[in-house]
Design a protein around this ligand. Structure first.
Ligand SMILES: Nc1ncnc2c1ncn2[C@@H]1O[C@H](COP(=O)(O)OP(=O)(O)OP(=O)(O)O)[C@@H](O)[C@H]1O
Ligand SMILES: O=C(O)c1ccc[n+]([C@@H]2O[C@H](COP(=O)([O-])O)[C@@H](O)[C@H]2O)c1
Length: 212
């Protein structure tokens, strides 16, 4: 009887799919810890990492080609059976908008509820995203703590966002890029395979070019 009811429950339970969007230039352990912690706390079946195609709010600097950021994300997540990587944003032409990302993922996974994971800094900017009012019908948002950034609800619809404390890692992609440009190590800030990929492709060797 127990087996039967368990079976019915598992048939009817909707899948819980985490979505970790980011430019991942490069992906680092702050991203991975945030995704892992949220997966555990929210009983997610899977977390899909979605590297941005054209992150329009980062257009003040040269972003590394999408294919390099995608491959680093694959390398970083490959050993975790709960993690996967989507090409949705890098294969969609034009600027990357999360409403498009979430609509595409909902089409691909009609059986799943989506949980979009953002750090405190990104959450603080969310009302500047395109069609921000539509985001909260597409996914539940989970804001995670990040050293140096206060985690607050920026006035989102009731029940639209959960705030979660995750282990604090004061790592940023900007700092990783600056360290490589200065000849300093990024071992243990990013996964070993990502260090090797950065070296192989000679990424981040020159100081970043800022455009206005
Ligand atoms: N150390 C961290 N702890 C928690 N969340 C993080 C951390 N680093 C990044 N995030 C979150 O991961 C998502 C993707 O971040 P992103 O790829 O822009 O990395 P970043 O380190 O902020 O990059 P950059 O320094 O280039 O702006 C965002 O929601 C961001 O807030
Ligand atoms: O939809 C938007 O307008 C929008 C604006 C800025 C950022 N985002 C998304 O927020 C996530 C984190 O972005 P970033 O720029 O901090 O790497 C990533 O999935 C982006 O596509 C989305």
């Amino acid at each position: 009887m127990g087996d039967h009811t368990d079976h019915i429950a598992s048939v009817h339970r909707r899948r819980r799919l985490g979505v970790m969007g980011g430019t991942f230039d490069p992906i680092h352990h702050g991203h991975l810890v945030a995704a892992s912690e949220v997966a555990s706390r929210f009983h997610l079946d899977e977390v899909v990492f979605v590297p941005t195609g054209q992150p329009w709010q980062k257009s003040h600097r040269d972003v590394t080609p999408p294919e390099d950021r995608y491959l680093m994300t694959v390398i970083a997540t490959a050993s975790n059976p709960q993690f996967s990587v989507s090409r949705a944003d890098i294969d969609r032409p034009g600027k990357t908008y999360t409403t498009d990302t979430l609509r595409e993922l909902r089409q691909q996974h009609p059986e799943a509820d989506l949980f979009f994971i953002t750090g405190a800094d990104a959450l603080g900017q969310i009302l500047t995203w395109r069609d921000a009012g539509e985001l909260f019908a597409l996914a539940h948002f989970i804001g995670v703590t990040r050293p140096g950034h206060p985690l607050t609800d920026p006035g989102l619809p009731d029940g639209g966002v959960s705030l979660v404390e995750v282990p604090a890692l004061a790592i940023s992609s900007t700092d990783c890029r600056d360290r490589v440009a200065a000849g300093e190590p990024v071992w243990y800030l990013v996964p070993d395979g990502v260090v090797r990929y950065i070296n192989k492709r000679e990424l981040y060797r020159t100081p970043p070019v800022q455009t206005s």
